[in-house]
Design a protein around this ligand. Structure first.
Ligand code: UDP
Ligand code: MN
Length: 275
């Protein structure tokens, strides 16, 4: 029946995408995202960082939010940012929240196609686990240990507004941080914890989200994939999407090549098309 399908015909403006970053990654990571996929979703994208940065506040058209969370990779710093991302979504009038890290490429048209398959008035938690087993945590309410699956933050995940609203009494107004500290788990696990142990809802696995915790070189059919990542620097083992395009000196993350593979007609991709 058509009416039901039409309800899911969301548009770009129904979407809120939050990106977690930190001061030292504004130039080295965020800049690349701003030049590539964020172009496809400028008004939808909000950057959560830990400093005031005039240059990038301008470049993001004032879509940069200083969370005042501490810098660093600590659990509490990352949970603090996720807490602000969550509260900002609740305050915004959007039907879907998708979170990504600043080393993630988002295929915006594919993301819209995914979300159109679900009703944002129902409870949906869409993402991809990177562990091969569920994790365990003690339910604060019942003191029972429970096993649950969570979506890796580094692959990106999406929550419907309906589900997010149910999380408010557990996680809203900064409470997310105390839940993190109580269960002593990272921010993405804590999202899964609240959804499973407090709301009895489950993760819907969508395998086309991709973090650098999986072998990215195996990813095919780029137009059907929702997210991509990379790890190619310093001490990490090189893990990149295998895509032709710009050479690896000019495009070490492969994000420009992915971008121009998906959108070859863009002005920035002219040189790519002619190679
Ligand atoms: N991050 C942060 N503060 C830091 C380090 C990292 O907010 O001091 C953010 C970073 O911007 C990214 C996420 O945390 O969005 C994950 O960081 P990274 O990719 O460096 O590490 P991973 O956890 O993926 O190994
Ligand atoms: Mn990462």
């Amino acid at each position: 029946n058509n009416t039901k399908e039409d309800e899911h015909e969301i548009e770009l403006q129904d979407l809120y995408i939050s990106i977690k970053t930190t001061e030292k990654f504004h130039k080295t990571r965020l800049e690349l995202l701003l030049q590539t996929w964020i172009v496809m979703a400028r008004d939808q994208t909000f950057i959560f960082t830990d400093t005031d940065d005039e240059e990038y506040t301008k470049k993001t058209n004032h879509h940069m939010i200083n969370t005042n969370c501490s810098k660093g990779h600590s659990r509490s710093a990352l949970c603090c940012k996720m807490s602000v991302e969550f509260d900002t979504f609740i305050a915004a009038n959007k039907r879907w929240w998708c979170h990504v890290d600043d080393d993630t490429y988002v295929n915006v048209p594919a993301l819209l196609r995914l979300l159109r398959q679900y009703d944002s008035h129902e409870d949906w938690y869409l993402g991809k686990p990177s562990l091969t087993h569920p994790i365990e945590a003690r339910n604060m309410a019942t003191n029972q240990k429970e096993a649950f699956w969570f979506a890796t933050g580094g692959a990106g995940f999406c929550l419907s507004r309906s589900l997010a609203l149910k999380m408010v009494s557990h996680a809203g107004g900064g409470k997310f941080k105390s839940v993190c500290n109580n269960i002593r788990l990272p921010d993405d696990c804590t999202i899964g914890y609240i959804i499973y142990t407090q709301l009895q809802k489950k993760l819907t696995v969508v395998s086309s989200f991709h973090s650098h915790l999986e072998g990215l070189w195996r990813v095919r059919d780029l137009e059907d994939q929702l997210t991509f990542s990379y790890s190619s620097f310093a001490n990490q083992k090189q893990n990149l999407v295998s895509v032709s395009g710009f050479d690896e000196n000019r495009d070490p993350t492969r994000f420009w090549s992915i971008h121009c593979h998906l959108f070859p007609y863009l002005k920035d991709c002219a040189r790519y098309s002619s190679t």
